[in-house]
Write a protein that binds this ligand. Structure first.
Ligand code: CMP
Length: 143
């Protein structure tokens, strides 16, 4: 079964959006395989966002994601990577459709509430960065 890595960013945690965001993926029918509230160490933030290292906003990105707790999750289901991206909406909240997470709650491109893996390769990499295998739970669940 396909897995993806999703993370409520510090702005989403501060604004009490964890419950709403989890509920959206539960109601959609996806299966939660792991979740934790955590503070991201600087080295992990730099590794997670490694592909943006040369971008002018890299420092800002790392400062923001380490500025407060995040809620890291692994979700499972058919086409969960692409579907979760659709449910999140466009990276820039101004371009995100109403009804999507960023469309409903996001304000700026930096503080855009949620991160989600954009491919199978990044999902595998990001799950490995944030979770030990022992933190992921295997169980049966009807959709
Ligand atoms: P995310 O999906 O977490 O992956 C990379 C992040 O970079 C993206 O969400 C945005 O929050 C952030 N980002 C993209 N463009 C900018 C920008 N111009 N300034 C600050 N952050 C940005």
């Amino acid at each position: 079964m396909e897995k993806t890595f999703l993370m409520v960013k510090p702005d989403g945690v501060q604004r009490n959006l964890i419950g709403d965001i989890v509920a959206r993926f539960e109601r959609k029918g996806f299966k939660l395989a792991g979740a934790k509230l955590m503070a991201i160490p600087n080295e992990l933030a730099e590794e997670h966002y490694g592909e943006h290292k040369e971008k002018p906003f890299f420092g800002e990105l790392v400062d923001f994601i380490t500025s407060g707790p995040v809620f890291a999750m692994v979700w499972e289901g058919d086409d969960v990577i692409a579907t979760a991206r659709k449910m999140m909406g466009a990276t820039k909240p101004a371009e995100a459709s109403p009804g999507t997470i960023r469309g409903d709650f996001g304000v700026t491109v930096g503080k855009n509430v949620i991160h989600g893996s954009d491919s199978k390769e990044s999902a595998e990499r990001e799950i490995g960065l944030f979770f030990e295998t022992s933190e992921l739970v295997n169980y049966e669940k009807d959709q």
